[in-house]
Ligand binder design. Sequence first.
Ligand SMILES: NC(=O)c1ccc[n+]([C@@H]2O[C@H](COP(=O)([O-])OP(=O)(O)OC[C@H]3O[C@@H](n4cnc5c(N)ncnc54)[C@H](OP(=O)(O)O)[C@@H]3O)[C@@H](O)[C@H]2O)c1
Length: 212
Amino acid sequence: MRIGILGSGLMGAKLGTLFARAGHDVTFSYARSEDKLKALARKAKASYGTPREAVRNADAVLLAVHWLRFDDVLAQAGDLSGKIVITCSMPMNEDNTGLVVAHSSSGAEELAKKIPAARVVAAFGTVPSEVFFSVYAARRKAKRPSLLYCGDDRKARNVAVKLIRDAGFDPVDGGPLRIARYAEPFTMLIAQLAYEGKGGPQLAYRFERYRK
Ligand SMILES: NC(=O)c1ccc[n+]([C@@H]2O[C@H](COP(=O)([O-])OP(=O)(O)OC[C@H]3O[C@@H](n4cnc5c(N)ncnc54)[C@H](OP(=O)(O)O)[C@@H]3O)[C@@H](O)[C@H]2O)c1
């Protein structure tokens, strides 16, 4: 799959690197320094370019920017009609202390309103970036950690499932995109445990279903 990364920071750089390791053709974009993108691409055996270039031939796009950068990165990316856009982005306030959208909507739903012709799916945003490489390294173990995804578009959901598996997680279908309004506050709990809890930020979660 060709994957365009919009936002090559903690989330975008790590996920893009893992997607490349899993065999995908990755293009990093949207950082403040071209040198950073270049080094990232070289290390990950991937490419880099402008947001427009990252999106142009992409089968899927990962949106990994701060909420306040949504409009800017979308303007730079250009037409996203028909594109699968996977968002791991949270609708955080400027100092990252709280959600600016919650309960009656979500960052993912607000994103979908901004790009109505795109196929938006929310995934990867419910775990801290610090855990990705460890989960990937342990991907052959029997019990993988869960990863929630939600979205309305079947094609986008299928692509999210594939990439979640490629990254070493067990996909958990959260249902339609509106469920992101519950998943995003759940992420605040995960962040609290990861960054304020005793065990450190390499934290993932696993849902278990018990049957009689
Ligand atoms: N970090 C996590 O563990 C985590 C977990 C769950 C969800 N999320 C969500 O995922 C999203 C991305 O988070 P992140 O931690 O990856 O953020 P980040 O490390 O700050 O990365 C954001 C990217 O956007 C780029 N950027 C910012 N301003 C820019 C500008 N003016 N022009 C061009 N590029 C610009 C940054 O450039 P530079 O590379 O030059 O800084 C960086 O590549 C956020 O919505 C966050 O809430 C993060």
